[in-house]
Ligand binder design. Structure first.
Ligand code: ATP
Length: 318
């Protein structure tokens, strides 16, 4: 089997990891990015496509596709769910991630502390962040200091999710659930830097949460231990709710407030771009493996081990 992905997001991470574990690789790439990806030694991997959803009609039987953030954004969850691609991940989790209510149910039932949610503007009693439905990357979100401000800013024809605005430090923690080694690994932490929410100076009242990039973060060891528990609980929460597991990488997205309460506002059931800061290794992956181990390589190592033990099928989306 080959390892493939679409040329965006964490493709360099995934492709380089697959190559270093000896896999043949396929990179579905648009013409405008060809030169860029070739400059990273990926010339032989490139299969040119005009649009990423073309891969749904291609022969990909011998390719394990690694989904990443752009994958869902460009192709769409619906089409992915219906496709017969050999995707490394869990389709069921994708459904829980797409649906705001299911998402919040999963986080709560996994024992994670989530920001308070308000069904109606009338119930608002704290500063809030108002999230438009189906927004990608925080687009169209706004904050309001109280009920009146929220009411004034909301468009009555739009559907929103209203959440307590948690003041604190954003911490994104990535994990790897290894079915081959039957263990959860905490892989690394980062801060997602967002314009212009993370700029100190601002003149507007609708800060943009568009992600610019990621900064590495090394957590206090006691905090890391708490996150380890959270990751384990998240996987077992999902298993209890669905009877299925989460193979491979996933991320829990949190804010730690000044009392050191950890609020989880989001999760991703796949490789996240924050792992790009940990090439060639994170402190944690180095301690676990004693060698260079970035997320793309970790994925490839797992797939290799599962192939060797004849368990590869267990990680494909059903
Ligand atoms: P993505 O899918 O890329 O994760 P998204 O569209 O689902 O993004 P969120 O992750 O929900 O958006 O939120 C975007 C940003 O808004 C967060 O990174 C964080 O900075 C801010 N944010 C979200 N929820 C809260 C909250 N409850 N309190 C404070 N800030 C928040």
């Amino acid at each position: 089997m080959k390892i493939g992905t679409i040329a965006s997001h964490s493709a360099l991470n995934i492709m380089s990891g697959a190559k270093s574990e000896g896999f043949q690789t396929v990179l579905y790439c648009q013409p405008k990015r060809r030169e860029f990806y070739e400059s990273f030694g990926l010339k032989d991997s490139i299969v040119e496509v005009q649009s990423f959803d073309e891969i749904l009609d291609m022969d990909t039987e011998d390719v394990i596709i690694i989904p990443h953030g752009s994958f869902v954004a460009y192709i769409g969850a619906e089409k992915i769910l219906q496709s017969d691609l050999n995707l490394y991940g869990n389709k069921e989790l994708l459904k829980w991630e797409e649906d705001r209510e299911l998402k919040s149910q999963l986080m709560k039932e996994s024992g994670l502390r989530v920001p308070k949610e308000f069904d109606s503007v009338d119930d608002i009693d704290t500063p809030v962040i108002v999230k438009t439905y189906g927004a990608a990357g925080g687009e169209g979100y706004f904050i309001a200091k109280d009920r009146d401000e929220a009411r004034n800013k909301m468009d009555p024809n739009m559907q929103y999710g209203i959440q307590q605005y948690v003041v604190g430090t954003k911490v994104f923690v990535t994990y790897f659930n290894s079915l081959s080694r039957e263990r959860i690994e905490v892989f690394g932490a980062d801060i997602r830097y967002e314009t212009d929410a993370d700029a100190n100076l601002r003149f507007d009242d609708r800060p943009s949460f568009v992600v610019i990039g990621n900064l590495p973060m090394v957590l206090r060891e006691s905090t890391l231990a708490t996150y380890f528990e959270m990751g384990r609980n998240f996987v077992s929460g999902f298993e209890e709710l669905t009877g299925e597991t989460i193979p491979g990488p996933f991320c829990i997205e949190t804010i730690i407030d000044k009392e050191q309460n950890i609020y989880t506002f989001e999760f991703s059931g796949r490789i996240v771009a924050g792992t790009n800061v940990w090439i060639p290794y994170s402190p944690y992956s180095y301690l676990q493996f004693g060698e260079e181990m970035w997320m793309g390589k970790r994925i490839a190592r797992e797939l290799k081990e599962l192939m060797e033990s004849g368990k590869l099928e267990s990680v494909f989306l059903p």
